[in-house]
Design a protein around this ligand. Structure first.
Ligand code: V4E
Length: 213
C-alpha cells in the first residue's frame, strides 16, 4: 500500500501532442476526476509538506521521503513523495503529524467522522481532465492535466513500489524529458500552487517561504 511517486512537471502546448506522437508514446486514455484536499484550519499538514486528498471516493496521503544521496542536476527538477492509500495508515500518519494537537486516537474507518475528530476541513477542491500516455522504453507515464480553474500542466511520472529503485526512476524520467525536448531548468508550478495563490494567498506565501512550494 506504500509507494514512492517520482515526477517532473512541465508546461505543454499543441507541439507536445505532436512530439508525443513522434516519439511513439501510447495514448492510454482520458479521465476526469474531482479532488478535495484536507488540512486543519492552521494548515498543520501542508506546513509539513503532507497532502491529504480524496479523489473520487479514494483517500491518498502524500508525505515527504528521506533525502537521497548525491543526485544528478536533472533530478532537482523532480519531486518524490511517499504515497499512502490505506485509510487506516493514512489516519495513523495524520495523527502522528498533528500529534501535538488535541485529537482523538480511535477514529472510525467507516464514516468521515475522523475528519472532524482530527479537525480536518477541505481547503481546496477542483476538477481535472487528464490525458495519459505511456512511454514503453523508459517505463514512464505522461499526464497532461487541464484543471477547471484555467491551468494546464504536464507531468512525467514513475511510481516506485516500496524498496524499489528511485535512482532508476529519476534516470528514466530524465530520458523521457530529453525525448520530449523539455529543456527548462525552472520548477514548474503544480495545480495546487495556482489554486492556493488564488484562494489562500497568505498560506501560499508561507509555503513558499518555508520552501515547501
Ligand atoms: C505533493 C503535492 C501536492 C499534492 C498533489 O500533488 P500533484 O502531483 O501535484 O497533483 P496531481 O493531481 O498530479 O496528483 P497525482 O494524480 O499525480 O497523484 S500539492 C503540492 N505538493 C507538493 C509539490 C511540490 N512541492 N512541488 C511540485 C512541483 N509539485 C508538488
Amino acid at each position: 500500500m506504500m509507494s514512492v511517486e517520482v515526477e517532473r512537471k512541465f508546461l505543454f502546448s499543441a507541439d507536445t501532442l505532436k512530439k508525443l506522437e513522434e516519439i511513439g508514446a501510447l495514448c492510454i486514455g482520458q479521465t476526469q476526476f474531482h479532488d478535495q484536499y484536507f488540512d486543519t484550519p492552521e494548515f498543520d499538514l501542508t506546513l509539513r509538506d503532507t497532502w491529504l486528498r480524496k479523489r473520487e471516493g479514494c483517500w491518498e496521503l502524500k508525505c515527504p521521503t528521506a533525502p537521497l544521496g548525491e543526485q544528478c542536476e536533472a533530478a532537482a527538477l523532480c519531486t518524490r513523495y511517499k504515497e499512502i492509500t490505506s485509510l487506516a495508515d493514512i489516519q495513523l500518519r495524520v495523527q502522528e503529524v498533528i500529534k501535538d494537537r488535541d485529537t482523538e486516537t480511535s477514529a472510525s474507518l467507516l464514516d468521515e467522522r475522523w475528519l472532524s475528530k482530527m479537525n480536518l476541513v477541505c481547503f481546496a477542491e477542483f476538477t481535472t481532465v487528464r490525458r495519459s500516455y505511456r512511454l514503453q522504453q523508459e517505463g514512464v507515464k505522461i499526464d497532461l492535466d487541464q484543471a477547471d480553474f484555467d491551468y494546464s500542466v504536464g507531468e512525467v511520472e514513475v511510481i516506485v513500489p516500496e524498496g524499489g529503485d528511485v535512482q532508476s526512476a529519476l534516470e528514466r524520467i530524465e530520458q523521457a524529458a530529453q525525448k520530449l525536448g523539455l529543456n527548462g531548468d525552472k520548477r514548474i508550478e503544480g495545480k495546487m500552487d495556482v489554486y492556493l495563490k488564488k484562494h489562500h494567498p497568505q498560506h501560499y506565501m508561507k509555503l513558499v517561504s518555508e520552501h515547501i512550494l
